[in-house]
Design a protein around this ligand. Structure first.
Ligand code: BYC
Length: 336
């Protein structure tokens, strides 16, 4: 069964060789050649055990993030300020449920069961994105999540459309198209508020102040402290490093903040002519790890809401299975 304890070694060169050494050399050579040629690995293909485990870990964490990610915004559906905003928000939250479905299906092609993956989430063993453990305190948070959280998610996910594992890369193409709409609707909602009253403008600024640093942490620990990066990059699962994605996100977002007319809460944020990038301040990694390890402001609430939704939905799964069994029996009778 999937476990958090699996860890691809961080002592780059030597340990990557160690992974290869325990696999049959001919199969490993064929696999490496496919990766080197930027080919795709499909479910029926041979793959090293560590590659399979890495994918199960990453894809399932990603799937969990999508379905837990429905919760902070879902809280605002009944309080959306207009019919239009409510319809957009419902569509967005439904899309996230759909992304979870594609991703659990992609993980299942690797030989794990959805029930086991969900057990790992519900028992607190599996990780999901740190960002969903923070509260949504005002309506502007819904816009900020679209603009910054979905914006960060797209930055991370576009390179995953070229991931070496076929089912994951194909799922990500569809996910990215939908995420792009999510990002735009958030930005547009904030633009409207920034053309509104002083109270609305203050609400947006307060929201961005609370989410900015958490969004930068979403990309994961700095490259030097990222145990999985070297192997993930070697296998074409990860295409761009955590720090490079974070930098791309900052560079793309600063001009958008200027158009909006809000201030990003970082006194060290300034253009560095020499690097051709924005410099930025220190991310609070202690706070990040506290949250990832289960002690953020909303971790317990998120998990208990998910467990309740899962238990409340048992009758739907039972009914779907009973219906499928009935159809199968009917088909067998007709065929006999
Ligand atoms: N939160 O060696 P590293 C979304 C963990 S939102 C929690 O760099 P890797 C959405 C990491 O799992 C985003 N944990 O790992 C948006 C590892 O722990 P384990 C979901 C994190 O895998 C709006 C440890 O730290 N996106 O989709 O090479 C609405 C060391 O990290 C985080 C994805 O999941 C974090 N932020 O790189 C709804 C994209 N960052 O496993 C939904 C796919 C790191 O050793 N995933 N950790 O216990 C990825 O691209 C990569 O897995 C990551 C991490 C960049 C996230």
């Amino acid at each position: 069964m999937y476990t958090q304890s699996f860890s691809v070694p961080d002592d780059t060169g030597q340990k990557i060789k160690a992974v290869a050494a325990i696999e049959p050399p001919e199969l490993m050579a064929k696999f490496d050649a496919r990766i080197d040629a930027d080919g795709r690995i499909e479910p029926q293909d041979w793959m090293p055990d560590a590659y399979r485990k890495t994918l199960v870990r990453q894809i399932s964490q990603h799937a969990h993030s999508e379905i837990v990610g429905m919760l902070p915004e879902g809280n605002w559906i009944s309080r959306a300020p207009s019919l239009k905003r409510k319809a957009i928000l419902i569509a967005k939250v439904q899309d996230e449920g759909g992304h979870g479905q594609y991703l659990y299906s992609a993980a299942e092609t690797l030989g794990v069961s959805r029930a086991d993956l969900l057990d790992a989430l519900h028992s607190g063993k599996a990780k999901y994105s740190s960002i969903f453990n923070y509260p949504t305190l005002n309506w502007a948070d819904v816009g900020t999540i679209g603009w910054l959280v979905d914006g960060a998610a797209i930055m991370n996910q576009v390179p995953l459309c070229r991931c070496s594992y076929g089912p994951y890369s194909r799922a990500m193409i569809r996910v990215c198209k939908e995420e792009s709409f999510h990002q735009r609707q958030g930005y547009e909602a904030l633009l409207v508020m920034m053309r509104g009253t002083d109270e609305q403008k203050a609400m947006v600024q307060d929201s961005v102040n609370r989410w900015w640093w958490k969004c930068l942490a979403m990309f994961g620990p700095p490259d030097a402290d990222s145990p999985h990066s070297a192997q993930g990059m070697r296998w074409g699962i990860k295409r761009v490093s955590n720090d490079d994605l974070r930098q791309k996100f900052i560079d793309a977002t600063v001009p958008q903040a200027k158009v909006l007319g809000i201030t990003l809460p970082d006194p060290d944020l300034k253009w560095n002519e020499e690097r051709g990038h924005y410099d930025y301040g220190q991310i609070d990694w202690d706070e990040f790890w506290t949250t990832v390890n289960g002690n953020g402001p909303c971790n317990k609430e998120r998990l208990s809401t998910r467990v309740k939704a899962h238990n409340d939905g048992q009758w739907v799964r039972d009914a779907a299975l009973a219906h499928a069994r009935k159809q199968q029996q009917r088909a067998m009778k007709e065929a006999a």
